[in-house]
Design a protein around this ligand. Structure first.
Ligand code: TYC
Length: 107
């Protein structure tokens, strides 16, 4: 929707009043494996996702027991960047840790 601001001779100036839809959100998910050390996963959660040590331990244990766990929900570019940072950290230490992003369920 647009509203008319001014009408100067033949020129109609309009201001766009349409609100932008919120960006689609993505959840970043850690996957379990049998080899990545628990301490490394906790450190990644603290460093990349700004979790406290207690939060990080809870997420890590959830992944360990249930197979997957959500690290955070972000706009697409931020989610993709964090997935890539996790991948690089895991590769650097030769751990098989897997991290994916997927559309967040609508809230
Ligand atoms: N299952 C791993 C172990 O027993 C720990 C682990 C937790 C690995 C979470 C990955 O995303 C993960 N060492």
């Amino acid at each position: 929707m647009a509203i008319q601001l001014a009408n100067q001779k033949d020129t109609v100036v309009e201001r766009e009043t349409t609100r932008l839809a919120p960006p689609p959100m993505y959840q970043v998910v850690l996957l379990n494996d049998d080899y990545t050390p628990m301490e490394f996963v906790v450190a990644v959660l603290q460093r990349v996702f700004n979790k406290t040590e207690l939060e990080a331990e809870r997420i890590m244990l959830k992944v360990h027991h249930e197979g997957r766990g959500i690290c955070g929900i972000f706009p697409r570019d931020i989610a993709a960047t964090r997935v890539e940072i996790v991948r690089q950290l895991a590769v650097a230490r030769e751990h098989p840790l897997q991290c994916i992003m997927e559309p967040a369920p609508e809230s």
